[in-house]
Design a protein around this ligand. Structure first.
Ligand code: HEM
Length: 405
């Protein structure tokens, strides 16, 4: 629960029957399925498709697949200026292109595009593979690891360091920042990680301005929008987005993949026996374990799923809204690598759809391929708790795995 944010009063245009006691920062779980717990709170019996909560400054919640799609795809009605439901917690300087609405959004997205071409992603994937092999070989003989800290956060850090050409000696510091972003137990702690990242990124931008290189930070410092140079503050927002967008998301998603496979040996065996099933398995595990809780600001008074939304209000699209909606998927709780419907919204929808989805899929593939080759049988360590923290991105704090050596 966020300290210092009192419950908001229900606005007069919101009928009492649309109000629910729902706090996305409080949906933390201990040894429970986080996605199912969130689903219960959003899709439970009698819960309206769109409801109002007084928590976190008061905001709407868009619970169902069709409504989530409408909110994420309609940038004319729903602005990305507020990507966090609590207005004061929005990144500053704004994460561009994530917090820029069309028509300006495309120009910012184009600046980052060279980092995400298939060729660039392939090179980054090779780096991820080297790192994955090195890490797994490093702890394999021990018969145990703490998956999040010993493996999952390292891969995206290695990728980012390569993308922006950072020196190896910065790794411990970046891992420290990554740790406070991925494992924060409160939004305040996460904010502290953002501040440290901010200071680090600004220093790097200034260094590259003085000494240009051949990397993404240099690209940012040379970028122009409508013929004008991009100010350092904007470059800073873009650089921070690049690191954070690909860090806790990939690390946390890997955590959910690893937990599922640790608990389900028959699925693990299927991936080992039939490596071709890795591609559909990645999509199905992304659908079943979505982690990103997205938010938008209402731009114009409008009606949505039976509710009247007013300009300036905020709306949350909880992670499970699309992928775990039984109106969209039969038996959505069940993992089925052969599921015919493979369309999910784990990477969002509309103009802000994840730019790093190709890279994320490569990292997830590298993890599955290299891990299962070396550690085919593993389980969660007896007695180890699985704690999931819920924020903009949900994640497993620590995941102790064991295997026979
Ligand atoms: C499994 C891992 C990942 C997940 C689940 C994920 C999820 C998402 C989601 C849901 C959005 C849309 C946010 C919104 O509409 O408000 C998004 C946007 C974005 N993601 Fe990812 N992401 C992942 C990995 C990555 C990686 C590896 C990168 C690159 C390093 C990346 C870069 C971005 C960028 C730049 C945007 C903003 C796109 C725009 O505004 O046009 N993401 N991501």
């Amino acid at each position: 629960m966020l300290a210092g944010i009192p419950l908001a009063g229900r606005p007069s245009h919101v009928p009492a029957e649309l109000e629910r006691d729902f706090n996305i920062y409080n949906v933390n779980t201990l040894n429970e399925d986080w996605q199912l717990k969130l689903k219960e709170l959003v899709h439970g019996e009698g819960i309206p498709d769109v409801f109002w909560t007084p928590h976190n400054s008061g905001h709407w919640v868009a619970g169902r697949a069709a409504i989530a799609k409408e909110v994420l795809s309609n940038a004319e009605h729903f602005s990305s200026r507020s990507i966090v439901v609590i207005p004061e917690m929005n990144p500053n300087p704004p994460f561009a292109p994530l917090q820029i609405d069309p028509p300006d959004h495309a120009a910012y997205r184009a600046i980052l595009a060279p980092a995400m071409t298939p060729k660039a992603v392939q090179a980054l994937g090779e780096r991820a593979r080297e790192m994955a092999i090195e890490l797994i070989e490093g702890f394999k003989a021990k018969g145990e690891c703490e998956f999040v800290g010993d493996f999952a956060t390292w891969l995206p850090i290695a990728i980012f360091m390569q993308m922006v050409d950072l020196p190896l000696e910065d790794r411990p510091m970046l891992l420290g920042i990554a740790d406070s972003l991925v494992r924060a137990t409160s939004p305040e702690e996460q904010m502290d990680g953002h501040i440290r990242l901010h200071q680090y990124s600004m220093q790097k931008i200034q260094e590259r301005r003085a000494n240009p290189g051949n990397d993404m930070i240099t690209t940012l410092t040379k970028a122009t929008i409508k013929g004008e140079p991009v100010p350092d503050e904007t470059s800073l927002g873009m650089l921070n987005l690049l690191l954070t967008a690909g860090l806790d998301t990939v690390a946390n998603m890997m955590g959910f993949f690893a937990l599922f496979l640790a608990n389900n040996p028959e699925y693990r065996q299927r991936l080992i026996d039939d490596p071709k099933s890795i591609t559909p398995a990645i999509e199905e595990l992304l659908r079943r374990h979505p982690i990103a809780n997205l938010a938008r600001e209402v731009k114009v008074d409008c009606e949505l799923g039976g509710a009247h939304l007013k300009k300036g209000e905020r709306i949350l699209v909880p992670a499970i809204a699309y992928g775990l909606d039984e109106r969209q998927f039969d038996n959505p709780e069940h993992v089925d690598f052969d599921r015919a419907n493979k369309i999910h919204e784990a990477f969002g929808d509309g103009v802000h759809r994840c730019m790093g989805s190709m890279l994320a899929r490569v990292e997830l593939r590298v993890f599955l391929e290299e891990w299962l080759k070396r550690i085919p049988n593993f389980t969660v360590k007896k007695g180890a708790d699985i704690q999931v923290t819920s924020a903009s991105v949900a994640g497993i704090r620590e995941l102790y795995l064991v295997w026979d050596t």
